[in-house]
Design a protein around this ligand. Structure first.
Ligand code: ITT
Length: 221
């Protein structure tokens, strides 16, 4: 039986990626898109606290006709830049809206080197995601991260948010990320998430990893 997952998000890019990941596994991902102002994102210290608060609000707004087997998903992500002590982190949405990708590039302008490995190390960053899934009255949490670095310039192409300025670390033969700038068997060849297709992003992404971590906890998984 196909189970419905209501994904509460205002971000079309996140919805597309989650559907792309979950639908081949037999889930039907439906958009729970509430009007602006109906959901408040608390300014708290951890992604998990944000996700829990969003699940509780989502439950109040499930559409009529929701089935008792339905599940509710929220996911909270952030970009953590090492040289900025983890900023913007939990403030990522606000920073994207105010400083934008170009503002992050400006903050890191002084961190540059002709040596590509050293450059990647200086500009190291990580996407982190927490996915929370409500089912049968319980909330499960899944975590995912994607290490990489902030590119020297923004790239055109696919993606959303900080994708144009984030290059994921290469992966080894087991799919584990390597230190910034090192060459692996799976590589974007220095391209950012914004410059590769969404399907390729899935192999590296914090979102895919957080969703996989969740799926591993489901009784039927
Ligand atoms: P919700 O409605 O689901 O909360 P949001 O856009 O507020 O969507 P998040 O709080 O999860 O999303 O993400 C914080 C910011 O980080 C936001 O500006 C996103 O665009 C950005 N972001 C999250 N995941 C990203 C990804 O995979 N690639 C690029 N940027 C991402």
């Amino acid at each position: 039986m196909t189970r419905t997952i209501w994904f509460l998000t205002g971000n079309a890019g996140k919805l597309k990626e989650a559907a792309n990941h979950l639908e081949p596994l037999g889930y039907s991902v439906k958009h729970l898109n509430l009007e602006e102002g109906m959901i408040t994102e608390p300014q708290v210290d951890t992604l998990e606290e944000v996700a829990r608060a969003k699940i509780n609000q989502a439950l109040e707004h499930l559409p009529d006709g929701g089935n008792t087997q339905d599940m509710v998903l929220v996911e909270d992500a952030g970009l953590f830049v090492n040289a900025l002590n983890g900023f913007p982190g939990v403030y990522s949405s606000y920073v994207l809206d105010t400083l934008g990708c170009s503002g992050i590039l400006r903050l890191l302008e002084h961190l540059n080197s002709e040596d590509t490995v050293q450059c990647a190390q200086l500009r190291a960053a990580e996407f982190q995601a927490v996915a929370a899934l409500w089912m049968n009255g319980e909330i499960l949490f899944g975590n995912g991260s994607c290490p990489g670095w902030i590119a020297l310039q923004s790239s055109e192409g696919e993606g959303f948010g900080f994708d144009p300025i984030f290059t994921p670390s290469d992966l080894d033969d087991l799919g584990k990320p390597l230190p910034p700038g090192q060459y692996g068997v799976k590589s974007t060849h220095g391209n950012t998430f914004g410059a590769i297709p969404m399907e390729e992003k899935q192999a590296y992404s914090h979102r895919s990893r957080a969703l996989d971590d969740l799926l591993r906890q489901l009784p039927s998984a």
